[in-house]
Write a protein that binds this ligand. Structure first.
Ligand code: ACO
Length: 355
């Protein structure tokens, strides 16, 4: 038995390879650093979906279809009730989409994600939603739907870098959840909803908001060591550190730090974050000398999304806006396996008395 399944191989995939010993992430043959620095969301969706949908055409057709999907999704927004957090808002919107295994549904899931997330953020502020502009790229339109302004190219590029960096990551908890649901042939929408439901937990995609809470609580560099020691003495987990697979630094941390550094006006915040990062790593190394705990993707995710003006409450939904292309590609790959995922358990409960 392996309760966290860490030593179980449950799928063959052509999508991504997480090399935890060497800190390398390869996505369909590309190192994540290269994808992050050079690809737009549309390119990456095409890269991940290629071979899984017969009717997938070229990247520019896909970009156009994503724009149309954003426009179609805007009609859903008004039907979603008030009082939902961003993940619940996104999940509620997705639940209204068709639930089949087609490319059209994958595109509707991916295209609707930023529309729903931006609308959730604005609803939370008491502001009306902003209609998408299908002429913009997915990332530029996402930022446009938040503020009503077409963003600077550097901002759209930074959001692209983020969405691309988190598009896929082996058989992580949310992707596994999506594959299990896809294996039942429930449909891509159900698989995506399973994925986002697993993602929202603080041990998976729910960490970056708490990263900023930690930076706020520390406040100034001089407080770092004392604050960290007290948190560790309470056996708290420090958000943005540690990983189930990486035994070295998560390569996505530096891809995102590079994207953050390209945004003007971020050097002071980066300097503060680096100080906290060094202090946390030093203390974790003292506390766990035999277990390498390093910076994971969430630490610089938090800083990058903050710099783009996204509220921390919405960080997990924004993560889903990138990961949706991985979930749908994995779902299709699992469907192609043609095998229901159905592990077994060992019964430890009472047994009926012998007659
Ligand atoms: N802060 C403090 N202690 C930690 C941390 C941390 N961030 N991470 C692990 N530890 C401790 C554990 O408490 C454990 O201590 P113990 O042996 O005294 O119980 C020891 O280090 C070994 O940790 P594991 O439980 O083996 O780590 P695991 O592989 O199960 O967990 C996880 C990985 C869940 C990511 C963990 O490191 C964690 O909780 N990190 C903080 C949350 C976070 O940043 N999540 C985002 C991950 S990236 C992603 O999913 C997108």
């Amino acid at each position: 038995m392996d309760s966290g399944l860490e030593n179980i191989v449950a799928a063959e995939t052509v999508l991504s390879d997480v090399d935890g010993q060497n800190g390398r992430l390869v996505i369909r043959g590309w190192p994540v650093e290269l994808l992050s620095a050079s690809m737009a969301f549309e390119d990456t969706a095409h890269l991940l979906w290629e071979g899984f949908f017969e009717d997938l055409r070229d990247v520019s057709s896909l970009g156009r279809q994503l724009g149309e999907a954003r426009e179609a999704a805007f009609a859903i927004v008004s039907g979603i009730p008030d009082g939902l957090d961003s993940v619940s808002f996104l999940r509620a919107g997705w639940a209204l989409l068709p639930d089949d295994e087609s490319l059209e549904t994958a595109i509707r899931l991916a295209g609707s994600a930023p529309v729903l997330t931006a609308a959730a953020i604005r609803r939370g502020r008491g502001e009306p939603p902003i209609a998408p502009n299908a002429q913009l790229s997915q990332s530029a339109d996402f930022l446009h739907m938040l503020t009503g302004k077409v963003p600077h190219q550097a901002e759209a590029r930074a959001l692209d870098a983020y969405l691309v960096t988190v598009c896929d990551h082996g058989l992580n908890a949310s992707t596994f959840a999506a594959r299990v649901v896809a294996s039942t042939r429930a449909g891509l929408t159900s698989a995506a909803i399973a994925g986002i439901s697993a993602l929202k937990g603080p041990l998976h995609g729910g960490a970056p908001g708490p990263v900023l809470d930690m930076l706020d609580a520390i406040g100034v560099p001089e407080n770092a060591e004392r604050w960290i020691d007290e948190a560790l003495a309470r056996n708290e987990r420090l958000m943005g550190f540690g990983h189930r697979v990486y035994r070295v630094r998560d390569p996505r941390a530096d891809a995102l730090k590079t994207a953050l550094a390209r945004l003007p006006g971020t050097s002071g915040r980066i300097g503060f974050a680096e100080h906290i990062e060094r202090a946390v790593l030093g203390r974790l190394a003292e506390k766990y000398p035999r277990r390498t705990l390093e910076t994971n993707v969430e630490f610089y995710t938090a800083l990058l999304l903050e710099a783009l003006g996204l509220p921390r409450e919405a960080f997990t939904a924004v993560f889903a806006c990138g990961r949706i292309i991985g979930w749908t590609a994995h779902a299709r790959e699992q469907i192609g396996e043609g095998r229901l995922v159905r592990p077994r358990s060992v019964y430890r409960g009472p047994v009926p008395e012998a007659a």
